[in-house]
Design a protein around this ligand. Structure first.
Ligand SMILES: Nc1nc2c(ncn2[C@@H]2O[C@H](COP(=O)(O)OP(=O)(O)O)[C@@H](O)[C@H]2O)c(=O)[nH]1
Ligand SMILES: [Mg+2]
Length: 242
């Protein structure tokens, strides 16, 4: 089995050197990493090339140019991973919010599901204990809003830690994914539900990032709210795969 962890980076130079070995030593056979960097001003792209040279055949770097954005980075990364023949694709942040130690559990869950979501909002899951009540409420609210507007059953619709079967990504059809930024996560959750894919929510503890800064701002959050309506307009006609 070939599994590729797709990790988007923007200014993650402080986290990446520890992140790569932490992922590659999880004991998942055939596991590789694809780093998707959007011309980080802090030199993450060059650093990623250096790290890749130390892990031949296991780490690859995709350098994107032009307009940046999490959604675009993920679509490019997923496409590359499928081209490389990945049977399983994992997506996660580079900042240790998603514990590399949880990768084996998510991948194992694909025995029963088409997509396994590392979920904060199921029993046993948790958001960061370091978060202020305000930040916690905002994350909760973003989730509730997305779930109500789109009628989602998924408890953690904004989750960014997931494992995909190759067949699930093929069914989603990356060509119809339109989100540029963070709302990408919600769009993918909605597409999975519209298509009737088997979705498993695996409890995880979401940690505060180790180093560096979040790229999420209030402006982006408001933009994402509009994005949720756009997603509904675009995809509500999709019917389940038979
Ligand atoms: N390639 C790429 N990665 C991004 C972009 N924005 C954020 N990221 C990465 O996506 C992950 C999540 O972003 P982060 O800022 O930690 O968001 P938060 O966890 O919601 O605070 C991290 O690995 C970031 O480096 C982007 O525009 N392009
Ligand atoms: Mg983060």
């Amino acid at each position: 089995m070939k599994a590729i962890v797709v990790v988007p980076t923007f200014n993650e130079a402080a986290n990446l050197p520890a992140f790569v070995p932490a992922v590659l030593t999880q004991g998942v056979p055939g596991l590789g990493i694809l780093i998707v960097d959007d011309e980080s001003p802090d030199g993450t792209g060059r650093l990623a090339d250096d790290i890749a040279a130390r892990w031949p055949g296991r780490v690859e770097v995709l350098h994107r140019h032009g307009r940046r954005g999490l959604g675009r980075a993920y679509v490019a990364g997923f496409r590359r991973a499928l081209e490389q023949g990945a049977d399983v694709v994992v997506q996660m942040d580079a900042d240790f919010s998603h514990a590399p130690g949880d990768i084996p559990r998510l991948v194992a869950a694909l025995a029963d599901y088409d997509v396994a979501i590392g979920s904060r909002y199921v029993s046993g899951g948790a958001a960061s204990e370091d978060w202020s009540p305000g930040r916690r409420a905002l994350s909760r609210w973003a989730n509730i809003f997305s779930r109500i507007i789109l009628g989602l059953k998924t408890r953690d619709a904004t989750a960014g830690f997931k494992a995909w079967r190759r067949t699930a990504l093929k069914a989603v059809d990356l060509g119809r994914v339109s989100s540029e930024g963070y709302v990408f996560q919600v769009e993918m959750a909605y597409l999975c539900e519209r298509l009737g894919l088997r979705i498993g929510e695996i409890p995880i503890k979401f940690e505060e990032r180790h180093d560096g800064r979040s790229k999420m701002t209030l402006g982006i959050k408001l933009d994402s709210a509009a994005g949720v309506f756009r997603i509904r307009r675009r995809h509500r006609g999709i019917r389940p795969l038979s």
